[in-house]
Design a protein. Structure first.
Length: 292
């Protein structure tokens, strides 16, 4: 009797857990749709901005614009921005981003380059703080609805330090949103700016621009905008990737809970059947003893 009572309690507990994971899966599915829409909406603007910079770029511009300046030799100091989530229950999503961040830090430090770590997201902050790593800056307020203003707040101080020569490079570690099931950790160098490659157009087919006041002034105004846009894309893609990873994790948990409930119910039915058989045998044995 005690065994069947314990099995009932376990079945009820797993059913409650399955209800929670199914609800979280539905919530993540709803949030994923909105986050995916933000990613899709951000891509045309980013593509047009990249194409325009590719058209206006000339090798001699690197001498006049500091955001295009490449360090001579090994970089002396590089800033790494790592984006993680504020919440867990999304499988290996945060672990993969943290692992990629550690790999980049180790690669630079083994090459003699100083690094500084800028963290976005509570999970990354908690991990590197536990590891005793120095954190140059941290943000926990961006959440799963990043804006262009958030990207500007993160990048403006780093842009100024890069222009002042305090930094030789800035990289972003984020989750690239390929699909809800594919969100690989990706390293995006944002400073110095690497001019986007052309779109495969022949010189005869390249668009013709009338530029006012001058190409140099336009490029000078667009370069910081391009850097901020790269950061914004990293934020929105990571937000969408987080929801995709959480939905997948919660669906797997719901399916596993269902399999566990089926197994527990089979065990309960066998135990209950054995208990009933034993009770019948005891009744029959008692009746025969009275007749004898």
């Amino acid at each position: 009797m005690a065994k069947t009572r314990e099995l009932r309690r376990r079945i009820k507990s797993v059913e409650n857990t399955r209800q929670i994971t199914r609800t979280m899966e539905m919530v993540s599915t709803s949030k994923l749709k909105r986050a995916q829409d933000r990613v899709i909406a951000a891509r045309p603007y980013a593509r047009a901005l990249s194409e325009l910079i590719a058209e206006l770029y000339a090798p001699d511009l690197a001498e006049r614009f500091t955001l295009l300046r490449r360090p001579a030799g090994t970089p002396k100091r590089v800033a790494i921005i790592a984006i993680t989530s504020n919440r867990g229950l999304c499988g290996a999503f945060n672990a993969n981003l943290i692992r990629e961040t550690r790999r980049r830090l180790k690669a630079y430090e083994e090459g003699g380059t100083e690094t500084e770590l800028h963290l976005i997201g509570r999970k990354g902050i908690g991990y590197f703080r536990f590891m005793g790593r120095d954190i140059a800056s941290q943000r926990q307020d961006i959440g799963d609805r990043p804006t262009a203003a958030h990207a500007a707040e993160v990048m403006e101080p780093l842009i100024r330090r890069f222009e002042a020569g305090e930094l030789d490079g800035v990289e972003v570690v984020f989750a690239k949103f390929v699909s809800p099931l594919s969100t690989p950790p990706t390293v995006l160098p944002v400073l110095p700016i690497v001019p986007p490659t052309g779109q495969g157009e022949t010189p005869e087919r390249r668009p013709f621009y009338l530029l006012r006041p001058s190409p140099e002034e336009i490029v000078g105004a667009m370069l910081p905008l391009y850097v901020r846009n790269q950061m914004y894309r990293a934020l929105v893609e990571t937000a969408a990737s987080e929801q995709g990873a959480r939905r997948t994790a919660m669906k797997n948990a719901t399916d596993s809970a269902g399999d566990m409930i089926d197994s527990l119910r089979r065990t309960f039915n066998r135990a209950r059947q054995a208990q009933i058989t034993q009770e019948i045998a005891e009744i029959v044995g008692g009746a025969e003893a009275l007749q004898g």
